[in-house]
Design a protein around this ligand. Structure first.
Ligand SMILES: [Zn+2]
Length: 111
């Protein structure tokens, strides 16, 4: 069983209460806000701006690809912790791409 990428899916991580099924809303957590601020809303992988909410983009399909997700700097597969110092925000699609590229190709991972 291999985890597809180092990405934490925001939607899967925080269970939103309240019955509204909007699985692609970013969580308004401290961690998210801190990372967002530190990166000025830019993707850590491609450097372009990320939409902060679904309503900043025209279509749900765009949001799905461009929404900010937590990216593990050291992938969990390589022992990276689920902690702030190992997390950065990246577009969902960049995160996904990185996850693929990372498998086995970067050589040694520092711990
Ligand atoms: Zn990006």
């Amino acid at each position: 069983m291999s985890a597809a990428g180092g990405g934490l899916d925001l939607a899967g991580q925080v269970s939103q209460t309240g019955g509204m099924s909007q699985p692609i809303t970013p969580p308004q957590t401290d961690l998210f806000a801190r990372l967002w601020q530190a990166q000025a809303g830019d993707c850590a992988l491609c450097g372009k701006a990320m939409p902060r909410s679904r309503f900043e983009v025209a279509h749900a399909a765009i949001w799905k690809k461009e929404r900010p997700t937590f990216d593990h700097i050291i992938p969990r597969a390589a022992g990276g912790p689920d902690r702030a110092e190992n997390l950065q925000l990246a577009h969902a699609r960049c995160n996904k791409r990185k996850g693929k590229a990372q498998t086995g190709s970067l050589g040694r991972v520092r711990t």
